[in-house]
Design a protein around this ligand. Structure first.
Ligand SMILES: C[S@@+](CC[C@H](N)C(=O)[O-])C[C@H]1O[C@@H](n2cnc3c(N)ncnc32)[C@H](O)[C@@H]1O
Length: 217
């Protein structure tokens, strides 16, 4: 059964490549929707065989012709792929995948990245590695806020505060709720963590204050 979610729908909505590869596809929904709804050629890729089998079974059931590639990151990515999706992994794993295959990554036209944690580390890596986050948005599922980044080659002057809370973010109600939740979390930690171990927390609270000020006017 296909289970749609706000997060996957939002990721899919930004897919606009000519040939797309979903790296770490697991269930395979994104490549399926690309082929069925957008008419885009897609590859389903995963490092583990079990998820890939799940995706293959779904494609068979849906009679969709989608190549399933057992591969680690974007090593060996087919030459025609011009956009990748990497979602549901940590920011550091995504960084590792991109850094390890830098030359291939740089031949892509765009990437849609949605880490489930450490997005600030990924943003920092991207701008230092010659990528520009053109737009980003947040989706809330339960208590968790998921960032979705649309990335192309380019330069971003960037700063630490934006690495923490985003570049060119869609400033909707979900983003507002995310900032409020972050402020609550870091204020609570401030009460619990010794002052000399709260350097990152202090920087985050300053960055949050700046981000929230224009919204509160
Ligand atoms: C939590 S699932 C996310 C599935 C889907 N992308 C989503 O967002 O719903 C993570 C998937 O990434 C795969 N994965 C982890 N490391 C990978 C790597 N280096 N290369 C390709 N796939 C990887 C895992 O096998 C797993 O199927």
């Amino acid at each position: 059964m296909i289970r749609r979610s706000l997060r996957l729908d939002a990721i899919y909505a930004w897919v606009d490549g000519n040939v797309v590869a979903d790296i770490g596809c697991d269930h395979g929904y994104i490549p399926l929707w690309c082929v069925q709804d957008k008419g885009i050629k897609a590859y389903a890729c995963d490092v583990a065989s079990k998820p890939l089998e799940r995706a293959r079974a779904l494609f068979k059931q849906e009679e969709a012709d989608i190549p399933c590639l057992l591969m680690d990151g974007i090593e060996g990515l087919p030459g025609d792929v011009d956009q990748i999706v990497i979602a549901g992994m940590g920011g550091q794993l995504i960084e590792h995948i991109l850094e390890r295959s830098k030359a291939r990554a740089m031949r892509l036209d765009s990437m849609i990245l949605s880490p489930h944690k450490d997005v600030h580390l990924l943003r920092s890596y991207l701008r230092k590695a010659g990528w520009r986050i053109e737009k980003e948005r947040f989706v809330q599922e339960g208590n968790h806020f998921y960032p979705i980044l649309y990335v192309r080659k380019g330069n971003e002057p960037g700063d630490e505060a934006s690495d923490y809370y985003g570049y060119h973010v869609v400033e909707d109600a979900t983003y507002g709720a995310y900032l409020v939740a972050e402020q609550k979390k870091w204020r609570m930690l401030e009460q619990r963590v010794p002052a000399d171990a709260f350097e990152e927390g202090r920087k985050r609270l300053v960055a949050l204050e700046k981000r929230m000020k224009p919204r509160n006017r």
